[in-house]
Design a protein around this ligand. Sequence first.
Ligand SMILES: Nc1ncnc2c1ncn2[C@@H]1O[C@H](COP(=O)(O)OP(=O)(O)O)[C@@H](O)[C@H]1O
Ligand SMILES: Cc1cn([C@H]2C[C@H](O)[C@@H](COP(=O)(O)OP(=O)(O)O)O2)c(=O)[nH]c1=O
Length: 193
Amino acid sequence: MYIAIEGIDTAGKSTQIELLKKEFNAIFIKEPGFTSFGKKIREILLNEDISKKAELFLFLADRSETIEEVVKPNINKLIISDRSVISGIAYAMEFFDFDMLVNLNKFATDSIFPEFVIILKLEKEDLIYRLSQKEKDSIEKRGIEYLLKIQDNIIATCNRLEIPYLLLEASKNIEEINFRIKKAISGLIKRDN
Ligand SMILES: Nc1ncnc2c1ncn2[C@@H]1O[C@H](COP(=O)(O)OP(=O)(O)O)[C@@H](O)[C@H]1O
Ligand SMILES: Cc1cn([C@H]2C[C@H](O)[C@@H](COP(=O)(O)OP(=O)(O)O)O2)c(=O)[nH]c1=O
Protein backbone atom coordinates (compact mmCIF):
# COMPACT_ATOMS: atom_id res chain seq x y z
CA MET A 1 0.00 0.00 0.00
CA TYR A 2 1.42 3.30 -1.19
CA ILE A 3 0.51 6.28 1.02
CA ALA A 4 1.70 9.90 0.69
CA ILE A 5 2.00 12.65 3.27
CA GLU A 6 1.38 15.99 1.58
CA GLY A 7 1.44 19.63 2.55
CA ILE A 8 3.24 22.82 1.69
CA ASP A 9 6.74 23.61 2.94
CA THR A 10 6.84 23.70 6.80
CA ALA A 11 3.45 21.95 7.20
CA GLY A 12 5.16 19.35 9.39
CA LYS A 13 5.59 16.40 7.02
CA SER A 14 9.14 15.45 8.06
CA THR A 15 8.29 15.84 11.75
CA GLN A 16 5.41 13.39 11.38
CA ILE A 17 7.38 10.99 9.22
CA GLU A 18 10.16 10.79 11.83
CA LEU A 19 7.52 9.67 14.36
CA LEU A 20 5.96 7.17 11.94
CA LYS A 21 9.39 5.59 11.39
CA LYS A 22 9.28 4.41 15.00
CA GLU A 23 5.69 3.20 14.71
CA PHE A 24 5.36 1.40 11.37
CA ASN A 25 7.46 -1.18 9.66
CA ALA A 26 7.29 0.60 6.32
CA ILE A 27 9.44 1.73 3.44
CA PHE A 28 9.86 5.48 3.82
CA ILE A 29 10.58 7.49 0.70
CA LYS A 30 10.62 11.15 -0.23
CA GLU A 31 10.36 13.40 -3.26
CA PRO A 32 12.48 14.93 -4.57
CA GLY A 33 15.78 13.20 -3.90
CA PHE A 34 15.34 9.65 -2.62
CA THR A 35 17.44 7.70 -5.12
CA SER A 36 21.10 8.44 -5.75
CA PHE A 37 20.13 9.89 -9.15
CA GLY A 38 17.37 11.88 -7.41
CA LYS A 39 19.80 13.39 -4.90
CA LYS A 40 21.70 14.99 -7.77
CA ILE A 41 18.47 16.33 -9.26
CA ARG A 42 17.38 17.72 -5.87
CA GLU A 43 20.56 19.80 -5.63
CA ILE A 44 19.72 21.47 -8.93
CA LEU A 45 16.02 21.90 -8.15
CA LEU A 46 16.48 23.64 -4.82
CA ASN A 47 19.47 25.80 -5.72
CA GLU A 48 19.37 26.79 -9.38
CA ASP A 49 17.15 29.31 -11.09
CA ILE A 50 16.02 27.27 -14.12
CA SER A 51 13.03 27.50 -16.45
CA LYS A 52 9.65 26.17 -15.28
CA LYS A 53 9.64 23.54 -18.01
CA ALA A 54 13.11 22.28 -17.16
CA GLU A 55 12.09 22.19 -13.48
CA LEU A 56 8.96 20.17 -14.30
CA PHE A 57 10.96 17.57 -16.22
CA LEU A 58 13.48 17.22 -13.40
CA PHE A 59 10.73 16.56 -10.86
CA LEU A 60 9.23 14.01 -13.28
CA ALA A 61 12.60 12.31 -13.79
CA ASP A 62 13.10 12.10 -10.03
CA ARG A 63 9.60 10.64 -9.53
CA SER A 64 10.00 8.18 -12.37
CA GLU A 65 13.23 6.79 -10.92
CA THR A 66 11.76 6.47 -7.40
CA ILE A 67 8.73 4.60 -8.74
CA GLU A 68 10.87 2.26 -10.82
CA GLU A 69 13.58 1.58 -8.21
CA VAL A 70 11.55 1.53 -5.01
CA VAL A 71 7.78 1.68 -5.37
CA LYS A 72 7.18 -0.95 -8.03
CA PRO A 73 9.26 -3.69 -6.37
CA ASN A 74 7.58 -3.02 -3.00
CA ILE A 75 4.04 -2.17 -4.00
CA ASN A 76 2.60 -4.92 -1.78
CA LYS A 77 4.40 -3.56 1.28
CA LEU A 78 3.56 -0.41 3.21
CA ILE A 79 5.24 2.56 1.51
CA ILE A 80 4.99 6.00 3.14
CA SER A 81 6.15 8.90 0.99
CA ASP A 82 7.06 12.47 1.97
CA ARG A 83 5.39 14.18 -1.05
CA SER A 84 4.33 12.50 -4.31
CA VAL A 85 2.67 13.15 -7.65
CA ILE A 86 0.16 15.29 -5.73
CA SER A 87 2.86 17.89 -4.98
CA GLY A 88 4.10 17.35 -8.52
CA ILE A 89 0.79 18.52 -9.96
CA ALA A 90 -0.15 21.04 -7.25
CA TYR A 91 3.04 23.10 -7.61
CA ALA A 92 3.17 22.87 -11.40
CA MET A 93 -0.50 23.67 -12.09
CA GLU A 94 0.28 27.33 -11.37
CA PHE A 95 2.18 27.29 -14.67
CA PHE A 96 0.85 24.38 -16.77
CA ASP A 97 -2.42 22.75 -17.80
CA PHE A 98 -3.82 20.28 -15.24
CA ASP A 99 -4.76 17.52 -17.69
CA MET A 100 -1.39 17.69 -19.40
CA LEU A 101 0.31 17.37 -16.00
CA VAL A 102 -1.80 14.32 -15.16
CA ASN A 103 -0.82 12.68 -18.44
CA LEU A 104 2.88 13.46 -18.01
CA ASN A 105 2.78 12.06 -14.48
CA LYS A 106 0.96 8.92 -15.62
CA PHE A 107 3.66 8.42 -18.22
CA ALA A 108 6.44 9.02 -15.67
CA THR A 109 4.98 6.63 -13.08
CA ASP A 110 3.21 4.06 -15.25
CA SER A 111 0.08 5.37 -13.52
CA ILE A 112 1.27 4.32 -10.05
CA PHE A 113 -0.18 7.03 -7.82
CA PRO A 114 -0.63 6.87 -4.02
CA GLU A 115 -3.86 5.16 -3.01
CA PHE A 116 -4.33 7.34 0.07
CA VAL A 117 -3.04 10.81 0.96
CA ILE A 118 -2.66 12.53 4.32
CA ILE A 119 -2.73 16.32 3.90
CA LEU A 120 -1.36 18.67 6.55
CA LYS A 121 -3.05 22.05 6.14
CA LEU A 122 -1.48 25.17 7.65
CA GLU A 123 -3.18 28.43 8.62
CA LYS A 124 -1.61 31.57 7.12
CA GLU A 125 -0.29 32.86 10.50
CA ASP A 126 1.48 29.57 11.19
CA LEU A 127 2.97 29.49 7.70
CA ILE A 128 4.35 33.02 8.13
CA TYR A 129 5.85 32.11 11.50
CA ARG A 130 7.34 28.78 10.42
CA LEU A 131 8.87 30.21 7.24
CA SER A 132 10.40 33.06 9.24
CA GLN A 133 12.24 30.47 11.33
CA LYS A 134 14.07 28.82 8.44
CA GLU A 135 16.47 29.57 5.63
CA LYS A 136 14.37 29.52 2.46
CA ASP A 137 15.14 27.53 -0.69
CA SER A 138 14.33 28.88 -4.16
CA ILE A 139 10.75 27.52 -4.14
CA GLU A 140 9.96 28.82 -0.63
CA LYS A 141 11.19 32.26 -1.72
CA ARG A 142 8.12 32.48 -4.00
CA GLY A 143 6.18 33.72 -0.96
CA ILE A 144 3.24 33.18 1.39
CA GLU A 145 0.36 33.76 -1.05
CA TYR A 146 1.96 31.40 -3.58
CA LEU A 147 2.30 28.64 -0.98
CA LEU A 148 -1.29 29.12 0.24
CA LYS A 149 -2.46 28.75 -3.36
CA ILE A 150 -0.44 25.54 -3.65
CA GLN A 151 -2.08 24.28 -0.47
CA ASP A 152 -5.50 24.70 -2.13
CA ASN A 153 -4.10 23.03 -5.23
CA ILE A 154 -3.02 19.98 -3.19
CA ILE A 155 -6.59 19.44 -1.99
CA ALA A 156 -8.05 20.17 -5.43
CA THR A 157 -5.65 17.70 -7.04
CA CYS A 158 -6.72 14.87 -4.71
CA ASN A 159 -10.35 15.70 -5.43
CA ARG A 160 -9.88 15.80 -9.20
CA LEU A 161 -7.87 12.56 -9.24
CA GLU A 162 -10.43 11.00 -6.86
CA ILE A 163 -7.69 9.87 -4.47
CA PRO A 164 -9.10 9.50 -0.94
CA TYR A 165 -7.44 11.72 1.65
CA LEU A 166 -7.44 12.76 5.29
CA LEU A 167 -7.20 16.51 5.85
CA LEU A 168 -5.52 17.44 9.14
CA GLU A 169 -4.95 20.84 10.71
CA ALA A 170 -1.18 21.24 10.75
CA SER A 171 -1.37 23.82 13.55
CA LYS A 172 -2.52 21.22 16.07
CA ASN A 173 0.14 19.83 18.36
CA ILE A 174 2.58 17.26 17.04
CA GLU A 175 1.27 14.40 19.21
CA GLU A 176 -2.35 14.90 18.21
CA ILE A 177 -1.50 14.95 14.51
CA ASN A 178 0.61 11.84 14.97
CA PHE A 179 -2.29 10.10 16.75
CA ARG A 180 -4.66 10.83 13.84
CA ILE A 181 -2.19 9.75 11.17
CA LYS A 182 -1.42 6.53 13.05
CA LYS A 183 -5.13 5.78 13.36
CA ALA A 184 -5.72 6.35 9.64
CA ILE A 185 -2.80 4.17 8.54
CA SER A 186 -3.70 1.40 11.01
CA GLY A 187 -7.26 1.45 9.64
CA LEU A 188 -5.98 1.07 6.08
CA ILE A 189 -3.70 -1.83 7.07
CA LYS A 190 -6.61 -3.59 8.84
CA ARG A 191 -8.86 -3.07 5.81
CA ASP A 192 -6.29 -4.75 3.55
CA ASN A 193 -5.77 -7.79 5.81
N1 LIG B 1 2.44 20.46 14.88
C1 LIG B 1 3.44 21.35 14.95
N2 LIG B 1 3.31 22.42 15.75
C2 LIG B 1 4.30 23.36 15.81
N3 LIG B 1 5.46 23.31 15.10
C3 LIG B 1 5.63 22.25 14.28
C4 LIG B 1 4.63 21.22 14.16
N4 LIG B 1 5.07 20.30 13.26
C5 LIG B 1 6.28 20.73 12.84
N5 LIG B 1 6.63 21.89 13.44
C6 LIG B 1 7.85 22.70 13.22
O1 LIG B 1 7.67 23.37 11.96
C7 LIG B 1 8.88 23.36 11.20
C8 LIG B 1 8.66 22.67 9.85
O2 LIG B 1 8.37 21.29 10.09
P1 LIG B 1 8.82 20.13 9.08
O3 LIG B 1 8.42 18.84 9.68
O4 LIG B 1 10.26 20.31 8.70
O5 LIG B 1 7.90 20.50 7.82
P2 LIG B 1 7.95 19.99 6.31
O6 LIG B 1 8.68 18.68 6.29
O7 LIG B 1 6.51 19.84 5.93
O8 LIG B 1 8.62 21.09 5.54
C9 LIG B 1 9.92 22.68 12.09
O9 LIG B 1 10.63 23.68 12.78
C10 LIG B 1 9.10 21.84 13.06
O10 LIG B 1 9.74 21.64 14.28
C1 LIG C 1 7.81 16.69 -5.41
C2 LIG C 1 7.75 18.14 -5.80
C3 LIG C 1 8.14 19.13 -4.91
N1 LIG C 1 8.08 20.43 -5.28
C4 LIG C 1 8.60 21.46 -4.36
C5 LIG C 1 8.00 21.52 -3.00
C6 LIG C 1 9.13 22.02 -2.13
O1 LIG C 1 9.15 23.45 -2.16
C7 LIG C 1 10.37 21.49 -2.82
C8 LIG C 1 10.87 20.21 -2.22
O2 LIG C 1 11.44 20.40 -1.04
P1 LIG C 1 11.13 19.51 0.24
O3 LIG C 1 12.37 18.87 0.63
O4 LIG C 1 9.96 18.63 0.11
O5 LIG C 1 10.73 20.70 1.13
P2 LIG C 1 10.12 20.76 2.58
O6 LIG C 1 10.85 19.75 3.41
O7 LIG C 1 10.41 22.18 2.93
O8 LIG C 1 8.64 20.48 2.47
O9 LIG C 1 9.98 21.20 -4.16
C9 LIG C 1 7.63 20.82 -6.54
O10 LIG C 1 7.60 22.01 -6.89
N2 LIG C 1 7.24 19.85 -7.42
C10 LIG C 1 7.29 18.52 -7.11
O11 LIG C 1 6.96 17.67 -7.96
